[in-house]
Design a protein around this ligand. Structure first.
Ligand SMILES: Cc1ncc(COP(=O)(O)O)c(C=O)c1O
Length: 400
């Protein structure tokens, strides 16, 4: 009997990710939920996360009745600062989530060392880090499990979608059992809407048009014409009834097509990082010094600007695709932080990053021309305080 599209995508992705098993889900957050459930996270447990993430990454913790505990980030890679990790661990800590932010790998040796000393499993959030490596090893192969997102602005898209991977047979067995018992099939209507969503993405999302397309997309989501990646019902800590849902065949077929182009995708993103580095250096903008043992594949190119609000307001008029991740420690800014046990001042380095960091596209439709226009734009805004200003006599030609 031939395998269905979902099983084929799972097998193909597991092979690529160097995992024994992969399990496909409706969204990345569902994959995270499945892993946490299978690890036995329950009422009263604590889960450690970086205080610089998306609230959808915290919801699965809250759905299980566990408490998120936030660790501040270090300012260059925006990843959890491992030196702060020991203080966050308590007898109730059940899992540490290592999120590879923007595609920069976490300092895995240090995190695994602390986790190992306390016997706490590490789960990798690879939603932004497809293809990044740490000491020559693919992100996603360090922890007991990893989860991935295929939402429209992630490294590759199936409209929305997610995957859990693991190299541990026991854990795989528990995830499989959970899926067999509880995973719902996506309704045909939602799967059809997603197909439309993928079409909108193909036709409309170009660096010059993203802001417009995103507004259209939000409008269509409100009208119920497309499946939004997040709904208002997900900005609270109660699990929606239809949350634990598997992947549709259409998503999986799209995923299989994306897998065929994965090497070109990663090579392009690596190239775009270099293009941005070079252009920024030319204008004397401080480029992050990433340790040699990390080879990031960036989903977006982050940088710190002097006036983020102005940059965000003016970008669409300048046809610049400027991302806002993360607007607050638990993105987006509409998040009611108190519901998620986050108090202002808990993660000051992350809070500063939220005020300063914008990000630029590295995806297949971004190219050197797009990068030049984007850098010219942020150059006009200027770097955040504390970073070197433009080099005297900088000579970048901002050809459009
Ligand atoms: C770091 C991070 N982890 C997890 C998720 C959840 O992924 P998904 O939207 O596929 O549920 C997101 C984004 O939404 C994210 O930015």
């Amino acid at each position: 009997m031939s395998l269905g599209a979902v099983n084929r995508f799972e097998a193909e992705f597991a092979r690529w990710a160097g995992a024994a098993r992969a399990f496909a889900f409706w969204k990345g957050r569902v994959a995270m939920y499945a892993i946490l459930r299978a690890l036995g996270v329950a009422e009263g447990d604590e889960v450690i996360l970086p205080g610089y993430t998306c609230v959808m990454d915290v919801n699965p913790v809250k759905y299980l009745g566990a408490k998120p505990v936030y660790v501040d980030i270090e300012p260059v890679t925006y990843n959890m600062d491992p030196s702060l990790l020991p203080a966050a661990i308590s007898p109730r800590t059940r899992v540490i989530v290592a999120q590879h932010t923007y595609g920069y790998p976490c300092e895995m040796d240090a995190i695994l060392d602390v986790a190992g000393r306390h016997g706490i499993p590490v789960v990798e959030d690879c939603c932004l880090a497809l293809g990044s490596t740490y000491k020559g090893r693919l992100c996603g192969t360090f922890g007991v499990a990893a989860y991935w997102s295929f939402q429209w602005n992630k490294p590759f898209t199936t409209g929305i979608g997610g995957m859990a991977t693991t190299g541990e047979a026991d854990l795989a067995g528990r995830i499989e059992m959970l899926c067999r018992r509880e995973l719902r099939r996506p309704p045909a209507k939602a799967a059809r809407m997603l197909a439309l969503q993928r079409m909108i993405y193909r036709l409309l999302i170009y660096p010059e048009t993203t802001a417009l397309a995103a507004s259209l997309f939000r409008w269509l989501t409100k009208k119920g014409a497309v499946v939004g990646s997040s709904s208002v019902s997900e900005l609270c800590t109660t699990m929606p009834g239809d949350f634990f849902m598997g992947m549709s065949d259409g998503q999986a077929r799209a995923g299989l097509r994306r897998m065929e182009a994965i090497h070109a995708n990663l090579a392009h993103r690596r190239g775009m990082r270099k293009v941005y580095d070079d252009l920024l250096r030319q204008v004397g903008w401080q480029v992050p010094e990433i340790p040699e043992h990390m080879d990031p594949v960036l989903v977006r190119y982050p940088l710190r600007v002097a006036d983020k609000d102005r940059a965000v307001a003016e970008a669409p008029g300048n046809f610049v695709e400027l991302g806002t991740w993360f607007e607050c420690p638990l993105h987006p800014k509409e998040t009611r932080m108190e519901l998620y046990d986050y108090r202002e001042g808990m993660c000051p380095v992350a809070e500063k990053a939220c005020r300063e960091v914008v990000n630029l596209p590295t995806h297949a439709r971004a190219n050197e021309r797009v990068a030049r226009r984007s850098v010219a734009f942020v150059y006009g805004i200027g770097p955040a305080a504390g970073q070197p200003a433009a080099a005297p006599g900088a000579t970048l030609q901002f050809g459009m």
